[in-house]
Structure formats: C-alpha cells, structure tokens
Design a protein around this ligand. Sequence first.
Ligand SMILES: [Zn+2]
Length: 155
Amino acid sequence: MRADSNPCYESPMPNDDAGALAETAVTKARAMEPLIVIGLWWSEREPYWPRPQSFVDPNWDEQERQTVLAYLESGTINRAYMGFSPCRFCGANNGALEFTDGVYAWPEGLAHYIQEHALRLPAEVVAHAIARIEGLEARARDDTWWRSLGDVDGE
Ligand SMILES: [Zn+2]
C-alpha cells in the first residue's frame, strides 16, 4: 500500500502529526517481529508439526471456545498456501488461506478443528485472543476525523 493512499497520513486534524508518526514507528517495529505460526499439524510430508490429537479437550469452556473461534475467523488474510489442507481427523477440505492478527499467523482451517474436533488452543493464545477482544471493546472511540470529512451543509 502506498503511504499517500493511507488516510492516516493526510489527517486534517490539528496537532495530529506526532500521533501519526508515533503510530508509524510502532507499526514499523511490529513489522520487524516474525509472526508466530500456530495451527499447522503433523503429516507424513511435514512430520515436524505437532499432532492435533494432543490438543483435544472436550471440556473447554464453551463461551471461551466461541470467543476464540470468532477471533480466529476475524483475522486478516495474509497469504494463500500452495494447495488445500485436509483435516487430520475427517479429511475435510480445510482451505488454503492463512490469517493473521499481526502477532499470530494461522491457517484458515484452524477454526474447523476447534469447532468440529474439540481442539483447545494453548493458554497463551487463548489469553491473547481474549485480551485483544476485551481491549478493543474497552477502547474509547474518536469519530472527529471521519466527521470532519462530512459535508457540513448536510447535502
Ligand atoms: Zn475435520
């Protein structure tokens, strides 16, 4: 994406330059960190991944499961893998896309394992997802910049 196509760089708000610059620095710093890969599973071709069977926990709190599912399904598409991934349990086509939230990267099919085969993700991933969602819900909202782009005459 070109920087000049990003509205953050052209904000008409006064005294916004420092904030925009700081945000850019944070974005650049984060961009240097590798995405943490999760949700890839053992196969004969890739025997170095963990086996999904060891992640099964039918007693996982249902509300927490649904929260994590919603989080995984709201990721940004990051890339497409070469070829589709079959489910290690039922053989279903689990898609070929990778999602990310800027911290973790996971295959499209990870949600299927959680929904259909009772997989429970490691506690640190669950805590991350819940913290992100709760953090966003708690954030204040600033609509002044978008309002400033409106037609003041109401036409
Ligand atoms: Zn399956």
